[in-house]
Design a protein around this ligand. Structure first.
Ligand code: LLP
Length: 390
């Protein structure tokens, strides 16, 4: 049966199956976010006692209720565009500027100026941006994003460091940047690096911390070390998951070697992936040759991760949760592309038109990456605020 499908995030949606079917009957396709699961992930992250400040990468899921829930739990917010800053401000009306971090890449200089004027932390990752705009950056307080030299992540598109990535200040430019900052009274408040997304090896952040720690020799007054996000979750059945205790031990050892440093992290996925599911009703089923297909009301326009990265998300027929699996099918959307596939060769029960299909672990990089391709509106977003003590 489908409970034998290796499942990672069943914890909440199984208890809410009846509610979810009702929701899907009214508004399929829809994303549903379970806020108590976010709190659970916050607790797990806050167990990293070596980390002093957590900034949630709001690009992963910028739903207002998700942002305000995280803020209320003591999490700060990382943003990459003026619209994300605006979203954070609207979702958390009393948020002080120092709880917002702005980390854009190749953005117009006017956006940096705006963010500096607003008093939020600003991260810069290009020497030319500084050198070309002394009138903007002189006398300011900034964080520098350095390239730690090696990227990691679940797919080459999400590795954000190393020679062939567009991010970060390369090692060869650090001294020149340090001198420029000194000459222009720029306070380098922090050093930052982010090497990629969906990383399951805890040594990744210890290496980043050590790299940034070594770079402090060029910035003797700097007290913030931001080791980025990228914490992976158990997505594929074979994943071991991140060893949070080992991560904490490694970071504590780093802090012992660098007393007085404030250690920051900026995870997105880890906080929100498990809280979300995508629901859609079955539109048609088909046999073609030896291949079974289950078509649902939405596809890559709501969830592009399988098409773009070959990402694996558990898929179940929620209307037949207790039925035995009978055959193997590709779960596909209604878009006019062969790549519009949500899952390949999935064991499914006998499935009927109108059944509700659930795609799990879609709280991160789901709705935020949606499009209106084929002029099909992507899934709307709903929230569940309470635990169901079923
Ligand atoms: N900090 C910076 C500077 C980033 O660029 C990112 C993500 C994060 C933090 C948060 O990374 P996370 O903890 O969520 O892995 N669309 C891809 C992921 C792209 C991540 C982009 N940057 C996906 O669906 O897997």
């Amino acid at each position: 049966d489908q409970s034998e499908v290796p499942e990672i995030s069943r914890a909440w949606w199984q208890n809410h199956a009846a509610d979810l079917i009702t929701m899907a009957a009214e508004q399929s396709p829809c994303y549903v976010y379970h806020l108590p699961t976010i709190s659970h992930q916050v607790n797990s992250l806050q167990a990293l006692t070596a980390v002093d400040q957590i900034f949630y990468a709001s690009k992963a899921n910028s739903h207002p209720a998700v942002i305000s829930h995280l803020y209320a739990a003591g999490i700060n917010l990382e943003t990459v565009s003026p619209a994300e800053i605006e979203r954070v401000r609207q979702s958390c009306p009393d948020i002080p500027a120092e709880r917002i971090l702005f980390t854009p890449n190749f953005a117009p200089v006017a956006e940096y100026q705006q963010a500096l004027d607003a008093g939020v932390h600003v991260t810069i990752d290009n020497p030319s941006l500084l050198f070309d705009n002394p009138e903007v950056f002189s006398g300011q307080r900034v964080i520098l994003r350095l390239d730690p030299g090696h990227g990691s992540g679940h797919h080459r598109y999400v590795r954000t460091a190393g020679e062939h990535s567009k991010f970060g200040i390369p090692v060869g430019d650090i001294e020149r940047v340090a001198n420029w900052c000194q000459q222009h009274q720029v306070t380098v408040a922090g050093l930052h690096a982010h090497s990629g997304s969906g990383i399951l090896d805890h040594n990744n952040w210890a290496r980043i911390a050590d790299y940034l720690g070594a770079c402090l020799e060029h910035f003797p007054d700097t007290r913030i070390i931001n080791i980025g996000g990228g914490l992976g979750i158990r997505e594929n059945p074979g994943d071991a998951g991140l060893d949070m205790n080992a991560l904490n031990d490694a970071l504590r050892a780093f802090k012992k070697r660098h007393p007085g440093i404030s250690l920051w992290m900026e995870p997105g996925r880890y906080l929100v992936a498990h809280c979300g599911v995508l629901l859609a009703r079955v539109t048609q089923t088909k046999w073609k040759g030896n291949q079974g297909y289950i078509g649902i009301e939405t596809g890559m326009n709501s969830l592009i991760r399988p098409a773009l990265y070959g990402a694996w998300h558990n898929i179940v027929n929620l209307s037949q949760l207790d039925a035995p699996t009978e055959y193997t099918a590709n779960i596909v959307g209604p878009m006019c592309e062969t790549g519009d596939v949500l899952g390949i060769d999935r064991k499914m029960p006998k499935t009927q038109v109108g059944d509700v299909v659930l795609i799990a672990n879609t709280g991160a990089y789901g709705a935020v990456m949606a499009s209106q391709y084929n002029l099909r509106q992507p899934a709307i977003e709903c929230t569940i605020e309470t635990n169901n003590e079923a």
